[in-house]
Design a protein around this ligand. Structure first.
Ligand code: AMP
Length: 275
């Protein structure tokens, strides 16, 4: 495995690759969720590129940029064992210019739900993903359905900017007790982690209701609130949207996403269910 820190070195190694390339962009502190993307990329491509970059432009003032977990050595080993060919670990000055041309998230889908709670977050995310996709010139790029809104916005960007890469959505990986894996789970105390389980439990409950024929969003949301309220410290939103992030009043099977964002202690967690 080659590890590149500079843009020039990365580009040189990338240029030498022939055959299909699968790319997995991450912010590091790699866990089984990331690994599922890397494994899928490994299966479907001749070469696999991973990036580890805690992108400053997608963090808002007062968010956890400084304390975001950084585990470079462990990440490097995990990538090596997973059969990654090229690992890009750039510094911010390799990626950004002091007078930067910016990408703006769409005014509607970029500013609801996560975008309403974190205004500007998706601008920074799309900007870095655009750069990394162009740098890697991958045939396929792998993204987790855990970050549903991010995934849908990236798909839009690729469509709107006529980019050739195929975006591959990958299912959410959970701990056996249901908690969706996230690099931010390390912030949770044992007691908070136990309460955080109400998030996946509420989604499971929604799934069961839908299986039982309940398609009315207001009733599903009410039931989810009942599961969440006693355990989370701040319920930011429960939302039901279609696969293009338009709000739904009734579940359309095969077309719907149920999303939750909540704070447990000071940790902000998101999770969702595609139904
Ligand atoms: P991050 O390092 O948090 O920016 O995540 C990098 C990629 O891994 C994104 O496409 C995420 O959606 C994906 N990812 C993170 N957690 C999970 C998970 N639990 N299951 C599947 N994919 C995930």
């Amino acid at each position: 495995m080659i590890v590149s820190r500079s843009y020039e070195e990365f580009a040189e190694h990338r240029d030498r690759m022939e055959g299909s390339i699968g790319f997995v962009p991450t912010m590091g502190a790699l866990h089984e969720g990331h690994l599922s993307l890397i494994r899928r990329a490994r299966e479907e491509n001749e070469h696999v590129i991973v990036s580890v970059f805690v992108n400053p432009t997608q963090f808002l003032e007062g968010e956890d940029l400084e304390k975001y977990p950084r585990r470079e050595e462990a990440d490097r080993k995990i990538c090596e064992l997973a059969g990654v060919d090229l690992l890009y670990m750039p510094t911010a000055d390799q990626i950004y210019d002091e007078d930067e041309l910016c990408i703006a998230a769409p005014k509607v889908r970029g500013y609801i739900l996560e975008g309403a709670r974190r205004p500007g977050h998706f601008d920074g995310m799309l900007q870095v993903v655009m750069k990394l996709l162009n740098l890697s010139r991958a045939d396929r790029a792998y993204f987790g359905m855990k970050d549903a809104q991010q995934l849908v916005l990236i798909q839009r960007m690729v469509r709107h900017y006529f980019m050739k890469v195929e975006i591959v959505p990958c299912p959410i990986v959970r701990d056996p007790d249901g908690l969706a894996l996230s690099s931010r789970n390390v912030y949770l105390s044992e007691e908070e982690r136990r309460r955080a389980l109400s998030i996946s439990r509420s989604l499971k409950r929604a799934g069961k209701m839908i299986q039982g024929g309940e398609y009315e969003v207001s009733r599903i949301v009410e039931a989810m609130e009942g599961t969440l309220r006693p355990d989370v410290d701040e319920l930011e939103y429960i939302a039901v949207v279609d696969r293009d992030f338009r709000p739904l009043e009734r579940i359309v099977p095969g077309e719907s996403i149920i999303l939750v964002a909540a704070k447990v202690g000071s940790t902000r967690l998101i999770d969702n269910l595609w139904v």
